[in-house]
Design a protein. Structure first.
Lengths: 456, 481
């Protein structure tokens, strides 16, 4: 019985926190954010912090991660980012429009590097909500369902800031836009980040998100991103996750795409204590395409859970998913992918694959690929494998004089490269390749000249 | 493609052929479920004392449990108090030859297309017919007894071999394993019991046919199969139920225990009344089937052809405890009209070098939903284990659904697990290819469907494969065999 009490207590802690912070939250937030808080909070109260009894969190135990007494940031705190820190996380030779966020708050002193085309906006969500609530009224909290996931509900209840990206009609942003999320605080911190991306008709953009921690405090980062892609638009969304072992990162990304649009998501999880990536794509127009790629490298006691859903609501669309995991030490990995073809979404072509390499007997992989198909003229398939390296291929390399260690490296690199090669930004691709190689060699996997001696 | 559509609709719309009621007097106890009912069943069956404890334990646990809701099924609420939990044909005398059997009963089997005599004479199958819960006829018992094989109803086994039953019952499926298993443990009326002694290879295929006959009686079968060291048995189970408008509940439990180097092959053809075209009536089939490969190098294989029942909830499983043990699951599930099926398998690897295979073929038509749900779990100690799963779904029109929910959990590096699933319809290019070679569309569809399920049907014993083909209701001219 004590366990149950504890769990309830845990949810109660967060519920009472919201009640305490309520006034502060409502007082200096724009209405467009406030109007959703109450409903979202009710949804959170109904569901509580997810336990493993929640089918969607069957393989991820969040409870212990929510135990510490966290500091919440309901107001923007002045932080100074030293240039060295920023540049250590930069991708060399990559021209980007760079923006920083600290603990989920848009960094006010952002130095604009590069200029976005006219009409394109990359701003603080809070600021946009204050100055231009009209656009948020139309899009904010429209696809992030608070009833289905308690953490999305909690985010919506607590949301203050994050980034807002808007690309107007027919504007093509050539250089990628890079957003660096940093966690930096004086004590254990719970950060809430809320983002909104709107890509208008015929527009095109690439967004690179890098997640970092800058000190050794414990963090829970609960972020929700809504992405709207209009007709004929293109959007590439890359996430590079590189955080220390006492970070819990929960990222919920909701995408709605229209006719003839295209989205590609790449989630590269290099390092992190517990990472949970929710990705839900609603294909809401004909002839659209969604590509989802993911890689995860785990060791120690790390845990990474990718939870994807693709909903084919309209006919003649394609979706494609490849997720690959390499698990070492006592790490645990989970993948859950669902393809849902709605009735009458004929001529759908949906594909999903999840391959996993276990390097030790203590690592565990749990995978749950799912198909829910309600239309007949479709081609849907999924595959999942868990195993070790192909012995024949190993043998082949050995017969050619490659020593075992090197052969293993070649094989693992090749394993990951299938996903890496899908990255369209060349410099990023090379950088990721390099990072993966380092990661696999067991070298420090965070950015090469990071000066923090975190427990990596 | 109208030609093709017509054939598809012909194929998927034929009516249930086995809907009839055998007019045999039955002894039914009052509707409702409480401890007294459990006691009454125990008394009526004159069981040993330990069974009362077993039943009451299960009943008390069941009362605290909730009906599972996780399946991809829409189950209308079931009133467990409006069901009669015991129905036995009044005529209880044992027969020594077929002539003595009630002609009505013989007629029933003839309508079913399983001529008992023919089977007895030609196929050499011993049939333990379970009609509304009480074993009426056991054939070939003597032949089997010579080898030391015990094949009888579980009620007889409780009278004649209580120690054996006591030792093994509830081991594969504990009383409170799940909601329906607990219900079954509390009120099961009859079923089959089979014990193959050490080193014996059962000379014939053992078989039972279940029929649900009296209206409004749930059927709660319990089957227990024990294969001792180095033995082999192939067991067939076939099920049909007459046409009834009210939904009937069927919650069976099958337990298999395979000891060292033993092999058990369990085949099922299930063709219970699926309800009419509008989804009215039909059987609710909530079955718990589990085999334990307890001994080293033992093997359990499940083969099932599921064409009937309004709702199917069934996951034959293997728990591979012994090193080098093998589990197999082969399934064809066909759903039509408003049928719903959520079926699949669980393979739990505990011993070293254990292997399992899952082949599941789903065919959906009408407005039905057909789901595969399975679990492959490799425990950290189950080194060098291997699993291969393949789940294919075929959709015959645009109003049905096919779903796949596999769960894979791997806990060590030397094991290899592969899963693949595809969903598609019969390709126009496939039909075109056949047409091009002078095969008309009807034959082409037959060929493709036949080829699609062949992998599984091949695992069935010959007579069963033929019946299964019939049950698939696909006109396959000249290709049966």
């Amino acid at each position: 019985m004590s366990v149950i009490t504890e769990k309830t207590d845990l949810s109660l802690k967060y519920i009472s926190h919201f009640n305490e912070a309520k006034e502060l939250l409502f007082a200096d937030s724009p209405d467009v954010l406030n109007q959703h808080r109450k409903m979202a909070f009710q949804d959170f109260v109904m569901q509580g912090i997810p336990t493993r009894k929640n089918e969607n969190y069957k393989y991820t135990n969040l409870q212990p991660k929510f135990l510490p007494d966290f500091k919440f940031l309901h107001k923007n705190e002045e932080t100074d980012a030293s240039l060295a820190e920023i540049f250590s996380c930069n991708v060399p030779q990559l021209n980007t429009h760079l923006t920083l966020l600290f603990n989920g708050w848009f960094y006010q002193k952002n130095t604009k590097s590069g200029k976005l085309p006219e009409g394109a906006i990359l701003e603080s969500l809070e600021k946009v909500a204050k100055n231009n609530p009209g656009i948020l009224q139309k899009y904010y909290a429209k696809i992030a369902e608070t009833g289905a996931d308690p953490l999305v509900a909690f985010n919506t209840a607590m949301a203050k800031d994050g980034y807002f990206l808007y690309i107007p009609k027919n504007v093509i942003v050539e250089d990628p836009i890079q957003i660096i999320n940093m966690l930096k605080s004086d004590k254990d911190t719970f950060s809430t980040q809320r983002n909104l991306v709107i890509i208008e008709q015929g527009a095109s953009a690439k967004l690179i998100i890098c997640d970092h921690t800058l000190d050794l405090n414990q963090y829970v980062n609960n972020s929700v991103t809504e992405i709207f892609i209009a007709e004929n638009a293109n959007f590439d969304y890359y996430t590079v996750q590189n955080q220390h072992n006492s970070t819990t990162s929960i990222n919920s990304v909701f995408v709605q795409q229209e006719k003839n649009s295209n989205i590609t998501t790449h989630t590269v999880s290099l390092h992190g204590g517990l990472i949970r990536n929710n990705l839900k794509i609603l294909i809401n127009g004909g002839n659209a395409e969604a590509n989802m790629y993911g890689m995860a490298f785990l060791d120690k006691n790390q845990h990474i859970d990718n939870f994807t859903q693709v909903i084919h609501a309209k006919p003649h669309c394609r979706s494609n998913q490849i997720y690959k995991y390499v698990l070492d030490d006592k790490s645990t990995g989970a993948f859950s992918g669902k393809i849902h073809v709605v009735r009458d979404a004929q001529k759908t072509n949906a594909f999903q694959r999840n391959n996993n390499l276990l390097l030790t007997d203590t690592a565990t992989m749990q995978t749950k690929p799912q198909l829910v198909i309600d239309a007949d003229d479709v081609k849907c398939s999924h595959g999942a494998t868990v195993g070790q390296m192909d012995e024949q291929a190993m043998f082949y390399l050995r017969t050619r004089g490659v020593d075992e260690e090197k052969a293993r490296m070649i094989m693992m690199n090749a394993f990951a490269h299938e996903v890496v090669q899908q990255i369209k930004v060349e410099t990023l691709r090379e950088r990721i390749d390099e990072l993966i190689e380092k990661r696999l060699r067991g070298e420090v996997a965070r950015c090469h000249d990071c000066s923090y001696n975190c427990d990596c | 493609m109208t030609d093709q559509d017509k054939i598809l609709s012909d194929v998927t719309q034929s009516e249930y052929k086995y809907g009839f009621v055998t007019d045999i007097e039955t002894d039914i106890i009052d509707r409702g479920l409480n401890e007294d009912v459990v006691r009454t069943i125990w008394e009526k069956k004159n069981e040993p004392a330990f069974m009362l404890e077993f039943r009451l334990d299960a009943f008390r646990k069941w009362q605290k449990m909730k009906m599972p809701e996780w399946a991809y099924l829409k189950i209308p609420p079931i009133d467990y108090q409006s069901i009669s939990y015991y129905a036995a044909p009044v005529q209880k005398a044992k027969y020594t030859n077929l002539d003595e059997v009630d002609p009505e009963l013989i007629d029933t089997f003839n309508k079913l297309g399983i001529p008992l005599e023919e089977q007895k004479l030609l196929a050499g199958v011993a049939v333990d017919v379970v009609m509304d819960s009480v074993s009426v006829k056991t054939t070939f018992k003597e032949t089997l007894a010579e080898q030391g094989i015990i094949f009888c109803s579980i009620s007889d086994a409780l009278q004649e071999h209580p120690d054996l039953v006591r030792k093994y019952i509830g081991q594969s499926v504990p009383v409170a394993d799940n909601y329906f298993a607990a219900l079954n443990s509390a009120v099961f009326s009859d079923g089959s019991f089979c014990y193959i002694p050490k080193g014996v290879r059962c000379p014939m295929e053992l078989s039972t046919y279940f029929r649900i006959n009296a209206a409004n009686t749930g059927q709660f079968e319990r089957t227990l199969i024990i294969a001792d060291d180095d033995s082999y048995v192939s067991y067939l189970e076939g099920c049909t139920a007459p046409m009834r408008d009210e939904n009937q509940l069927h919650a069976a439990v099958v337990e298999i225990i395979a000891l060292d180097r033993a092999e058990v092959k369990y085949s099922t053809v299930q063709n219970w009344y699926p309800g009419d075209k509008n989804g009215k009536g039909g059987i609710y089939n909530f079955v718990t089937k589990r085999g334990i490969c307890r001994g080293v190098s033992s093997k359990i294989s499940w083969t099932q052809v599921e064409t009937g029942s309004a709702i199917t909830w069934k996951y034959p499983s293997c728990v591979l405890i012994g090193n080098n043990s093998v589990g197999e699951f082969n399934s064809v599930a066909v759903t039509n009209n408003h049928q719903q099926a959520d079926t699949g398998s669980k393979m739990i690897h505990i011993g070293k070098n254990t292997k399992s295979t899952i082949i599941s073929k789903g065919i959906s038509a009408g407005k039905s939903d057909n789901s595969y749900r399975g679990l492959v779990k490799i425990m950290p100690g189950a080194t060098n284990s291997r699993n291969f799963s393949q789940c294919d779904s075929l959709l015959l029109n645009d109003t049905c659904g096919a779903h796949t929910f596999p769960y894979i959990e791997v806990g060590n590096k030397s094991s290899k697990v592969e899963h693949e699933a595809t969903t598609s319809k019969i390709g126009e290019d496939q039909i075109f290819y056949c047409n091009q070679r002078g095969i008309d569309t009807e034959k082409a569809i037959g060929m493709i469907v036949n080829g699609y399920v062949k992998e599984v049907l091949n695992k069935l014993p010959m007579e069963f494969a033929v019946e299964a083909q019939k049950l698939l209701q696909i006109s396959l001219e000249g290709s049966v065999g």
